[in-house]
Design a protein around this ligand. Structure first.
Ligand SMILES: Cc1cc2nc3c(=O)[nH]c(=O)nc-3n(C[C@H](O)[C@H](O)[C@H](O)COP(=O)(O)O)c2cc1C
Length: 186
């Protein structure tokens, strides 16, 4: 059994990136489970809050879901050619305290996908994750790439993927990612 955990970097109800994760949950390879973790309850990181109250329960839940995953899938929106603050904030929280980074992220297979209405489909946001993942000691899976440009046409008004060609590429991406995880654990 391979457990994938997906995180969407958008809080939007009809988010394209959350829709991409929902579409990834269909058509999984055999013996794969795919859970989606939400960022909705993650507060803004504040060192004073951490010092006074420790790690918030929503952050602990996120950390434990990442720690339990055999593979982590980040569906990143792109804001101003970079990582949206909401998403970076959540991963920054998940990297606290530093003594836990190895347990939560160390050697963790991580794949990145993303969708945007523009022509480049989050290519720059995806690249912006690379130094973050390196810092956390995660293991970037680079066996495939999935950018979804023109998202307003690929998704319906509720953020459901309606483009069958994208769905096919997404399912192949997931199957290849799962395969690489299974091989590495043999
Ligand atoms: C502050 C801001 C900056 C943005 N910058 C970019 C950008 O640099 N590149 C891009 O492709 N889309 C950009 N967009 C458009 C987002 O890709 C779009 O809002 C998308 O729907 C966000 O993902 P979501 O649907 O998962 O929420 C930006 C949107 C916002 C709100």
């Amino acid at each position: 059994m391979t457990l994938l955990v997906g995180i969407s970097g958008s809080l939007r109800k009809h988010s394209f990136n959350t829709g991409l994760l929902r579409a990834a949950q269909t058509g999984l390879p055999g013996a794969t489970r795919f859970e989606i973790s939400s960022l909705a309850d993650i507060p803004l990181y504040n060192g004073d809050l951490e010092a006074a109250e420790g790690i918030p329960p929503s952050v602990t839940a996120l950390k434990e879901s990442i720690a339990a995953a055999d593979g982590l899938l980040l569906a990143t929106p792109e804001y101003n050619n970079g990582i949206p603050g909401v998403f970076k904030n959540a991963i920054d929280w998940a990297s606290r305290p530093p003594a836990d980074i190895g347990r939560v992220f160390g050697g963790k297979p991580v794949a990145i996908i993303g969708a945007s209405p523009g022509g480049f489909g989050t290519v720059l946001a995806q690249s912006a994750w690379l130094p973050v993942l390196r810092t956390l000691g995660a293991r970037l899976w680079s066996g495939g790439r999935l950018m979804v440009p023109g998202a307003a046409k690929a998704f319906d008004a509720e953020g459901n993927l309606i483009d069958d060609a994208v769905r096919e590429r997404l399912h192949k991406f997931i199957a290849d990612f799962v395969d690489s995880i299974a091989r590495a654990s043999q």
